[in-house]
Design a protein around this ligand. Sequence first.
Ligand code: DAH
Length: 332
Amino acid sequence: MKLAQIQATLESDLADVQAEEGLALVRARYLGKDGLITNLRKNVDFSTMTIEEKRDFGSTFNTMRDAAEAAVKAAATRIAASGRNESLKFDFTLPASDRRLGAIHPIVRTQIEIEDIFRSMGFTVYTGDEAVSEFENFDALNIPGDHPARDMQDTYWLENGMVLRTHTSSMQNRAMRQLGAPLRAIFPGRCFRNEALDITHENTFYQLEGMMVGTDVSVANLIAVMRDFLSAVFRTEIEVRLRPGFFPFVEPGFELDFRTTLGGVRRWVELMPCGMIHPAVLHAGGVDPARYSGFAFGLGLTRLAMLKHGVPDVRLFNKADLRVCQQFQATL
Ligand code: DAH
């Protein structure tokens, strides 16, 4: 091999090396006892050379060997800095096609999509805590201690008196206190209820709560925002209708249905409860109900992801079954 060739292969070998062990092999190949560079000197017949030629050869050889040593050192520094090392039992040198890529869970994907839509309408995204005070989960939402609504939601109580939030409505109070009025915010997150599990009930599920508070917010704003939002999610013009519904934290309260041909049949599907925020709830959040009004809605994020992707059993989402996850990986 010619000098230039040896130099070039050394460079490309060093560039490919990702771990200390590989680097030791490359060093041996070029600079070891029987290495390509070392052998250059062994194979030269000095007896036929003039002093001048010998000197020239010696200086070229030394320069090359020193440069090679320096390049190996630089590669060692790079490997150490990358933190990659053969001692980690992970093969960074596997070709990319052999790696299994992860996928975004369908619920999270639906959440990200919805967040984008609401952000484009001027809403802030707020997450909050999964363990909240009893006050935030119930009292601040106009649900007094002996109110039957507390039984509607089978609550997990923590030993310190806090609760695992049974709904994302628990964020309403904090958002009003922290953001003040006027405000537009959504709160996606995980909720917990001590449910008997079946194809539509899980003890761990996702909701996405939203609220808009301002000086002239009315039911018309609620309908308009919901219609725009659903049309963006389903990528087609969506019709909505309101029916009366009861929740202690809204007055009037509604059930919002949307018209769809999902599943081939044109029908109304019950989607989410909503309503005009109860004055007591505004008051508890430090917002003056005489000046401000607002609407709120509670979307079942898990349920929407089921509708959107045609998932028949809610329990599939929490099962960590690779066959489920891989179907969604394909559509990433
Ligand atoms: N928090 C209620 C639940 O989980 C849902 C809900 C109803 C939220 C009405 C709202 C609302 O914001 O206005 O059952």
